[in-house]
Design a protein around this ligand. Structure first.
Ligand SMILES: NC(=O)c1ccc[n+]([C@@H]2O[C@H](COP(=O)([O-])OP(=O)(O)OC[C@H]3O[C@@H](n4cnc5c(N)ncnc54)[C@H](O)[C@@H]3O)[C@@H](O)[C@H]2O)c1
Ligand SMILES: O=C(O)C[C@H](O)C(=O)O
Length: 336
């Protein structure tokens, strides 16, 4: 598989490349960035890191099976012919962008980059596109509108919330967070919707009556910005994000390989990504995080779950928030 990371010299993009070199060493990676020097430097450094990954005790992938790590410019995209694209390019963040409004504030700054990159992508055949740049739900829909590829190609990365809610629930329930499953639907932002009705520990349903839903959501919403306040805006949640993006890429690979690993991973449950909706959950002309299964074309299936009443209500509020912004920016289908 060949993954092109647009914005490959970014904090997140370069960390994704490093994580892939360790956990998915056969993947070829192209770091595509307007900052050619930084993209080249990250590609060289990560390819040297791959030497140690592949020669550590227990490793079996060697020689020509090891993926390449190269740098490229946006003009090269058509020739690269990637199997999957990660979009991580963004305008620089102001130094004080460390509060919960920071994702929304990126919309106007990043819209023109989306337009430029959509032009760069236009010559390509439809390819799964995983949008990491904020605010993901609006930008996923904007890419979908501009490129007019099948909607199954469009994915928005919101999986860090699943790790954060597992942290909160693990503490609450006295279990290891890595054994907790709680899907997170809705907006990647203020209107995230914890689906506690489907929470599981080691496969067993969780009794949710004693859980404080608002407290759990507040933790999930605050923690990335508590981290950014300590580390600075140049160090967004790079570790969880790159691990989660790598998990999505590995799920696409597994879902594309007959008889291969379970694309849902160890817990065997679907995870949520943002994707354009066309009637699912009663919404259309917008993107929200919903439970998906993946294959080489992107979304293979969107699961339509029966939600608890408060979860369905919160999802409608999330849809309103995204719709309001799409109207404001005059997205396709919202022209006045
Ligand atoms: N979805 C998530 O969970 C999540 C997590 C962390 C960060 N993010 C978002 O990811 C984005 C990137 O964050 P970062 O800190 O890694 O960014 P960064 O500031 O480190 O890097 C941005 C990169 O984009 C490049 N770029 C700008 N315009 C480009 C273009 N037209 N083509 C190619 N490259 C271009 C820049 O040269 C730079 O290397 C932000 O929007 C951030 O909010 C999302
Ligand atoms: O960009 C950020 O710092 C927040 C990001 O969306 C995240 O959830 O980690």
């Amino acid at each position: 598989m060949h993954v092109a990371i647009i914005g490959g010299a970014s904090t997140i993009g370069s960390t994704v490349a490093y994580t892939l070199a360790g956990l998915a060493p056969t993947v070829d990676v192209s770091l595509v960035d307007i900052n050619e020097g930084a993209a080249w430097a990250h590609a060289k450094d990560v390819s040297h890191a791959s030497y140690h990954f592949s020669n550590a005790p227990g490793e079996t992938v060697s020689g020509d099976d090891i993926g390449t790590v190269q740098s490229a410019t946006p003009d090269d995209l058509a020739d690269l012919d990637p199997d999957l694209i990660v979009f991580n390019a963004a305008a620089p963040q102001p130094e004080d962008a460390t509060d919960r409004g920071a994702r929304d504030a990126e919309l106007d700054r990043n819209l023109s980059i989306v337009e430029d990159v959509a032009e760069d992508l236009r010559p390509l055949d439809p390819t799964p596109l995983l949008v990491v740049t904020n605010p993901i739900d609006r930008l996923v829909y904007q890419f979908y509108s501009l490129l007019e590829w099948p909607r199954r190609c469009f994915l928005g990365y919101s999986l860090s919330e699943t790790a954060r809610v597992a942290d909160a629930l693990g503490s609450e329930l006295g279990v290891h967070p890595n054994d907790v499953y709680c899907p997170m639907m809705g907006e990647h932002g203020e209107h995230v919707v914890p689906i506690l009705s489907r929470a599981r520990v080691g496969g067993d349903a969780v009794a949710t009556d004693d859980l404080d839903r608002d407290e759990i959501r507040e933790y999930v919403l605050d923690i990335p910005f508590d981290i950014a306040k300590e580390r600075g805006v140049d160090e967004t949640s790079r570790w969880v994000t790159s691990a989660g993006v790598t998990r999505v890429i590995r799920s696409v690979m597994a879902g594309s390989t007959a008889g291969g690993d379970d694309p849902r991973g160890r817990l065997g449950e679907p995870f949520c990504l943002s994707t354009p909706l066309d009637g699912e959950y009663g919404f259309e002309d917008l993107a929200l995080s919903v439970p998906v299964d993946l294959d080489e074309g992107g979304v293979d299936e969107i699961h339509e779950w029966d939600l608890a009443a408060e979860e369905a209500d919160e999802l409608a509020v999330a849809a309103d928030a995204v719709r309001t912004d799409l109207e404001r920016i005059g997205a396709k289908g919202y022209d006045s």
